[in-house]
Design a protein around this ligand. Structure first.
Ligand code: 9D3
Length: 245
């Protein structure tokens, strides 16, 4: 996968991409990431990227020309590119969108806005896809771009070291995780459930599935409508619902 980012905060990306799974993906050749400082595509002495809004109102708006120069520079290598704009007005980001993007053969180019946003003509001319990461107010498109990059990179073949955790991820698709424990076996009078130290892997698997379904039913019942549930899952859910409270 090939990504490129335009931002006035390139350090934020450099820092995040220097760690963890994303770093390993880059080192392993699974991901190529080109981070550009939008200010490098200004032409004035003060490297100005923003200006006051037409029509008045608070805050500043990002000027179109630095984006234009930067986008044309990035695209000048002729590589097919899908241009994404993180925006509160965009399609809500979810795992299905991450999966679609992970299958994309085009380079993903992220245009990150700050202040009150980017001059709307940039979206009109260049945006292929606008994505929101949820209904809360952030200060710019950088964190949303990183959220999207992180979720997509995890899905690339060879990015997550342990192949087993990916197959477990698809097994548990659409439901919440089961509770996890590690040593010590007792902490603040709280004991690790006996079944997990029993060594009975069939029992452990059943318990985990049951607890995952129990949590989903209690905390996120909306997820159960879309989750990939087996016939056994449906029976487990019925027996959970029949338990006394
Ligand atoms: C307080 C400013 N708002 C006035 C109603 C508008 C506004 C402008 C710019 C709100 C947020 C932003 C910056 N946010 C993003 O660029 C952004 C975002 C977000 O804030 N929430 C969820 N997803 C995204 S994707 C990009």
């Amino acid at each position: 996968m090939h990504i490129a980012v335009l931002s006035i905060l390139p350090d934020v990306f450099d820092a995040y991409l220097a760690h963890g799974i994303v770093r390993r993906a880059i080192d392993g050749g699974v991901l190529k990431a080109d981070i550009y400082n939008l200010r490098d595509f200004t032409t004035d002495r003060h490297r100005t990227v923003d200006d006051t809004p037409y029509g008045g109102g608070p805050g500043m708006v990002m000027k179109p020309e630095p984006f234009e120069r930067a986008i044309e520079h990035v695209k000048s290598d002729g590589i097919e590119t899908l241009t994404l704009v993180p925006s509160p007005q965009g399609r809500r980001f979810e795992q299905a969108v991450a999966e679609e993007l992970s299958r994309e053969s085009r380079r993903l180019l992220f245009l990150c806005g700050r202040y009150e946003g980017i001059d709307d003509r940039v979206r009109e001319v260049y945006a292929d896809l606008e994505i929101s990461v949820g209904d809360y107010v952030l200060s710019g498109g950088e964190l949303p771009a990183l959220v999207i990059i992180d979720a997509v990179v995890r899905l690339l073949p060879g990015a997550v070291g342990d192949e087993k955790s990916l197959s477990e991820e698809s097994f548990s698709w659409g439901i919440l995780d089961y509770p996890h424990y590690t040593r010590p076996p007792e902490w603040r009078d709280l004991k690790v459930p006996d079944v997990l130290v029993s060594g009975n892997h069939g029992e452990i698997e059943l318990w985990r599935r049951r607890e995952a379904l129990r949590r989903t039913l209690k905390r996120r019942p909306d997820l159960l409508k879309r989750a990939a549930l087996s016939e056994e899952d449906k029976k487990l859910l019925e027996s959970i619902k029949e338990e006394e409270h």
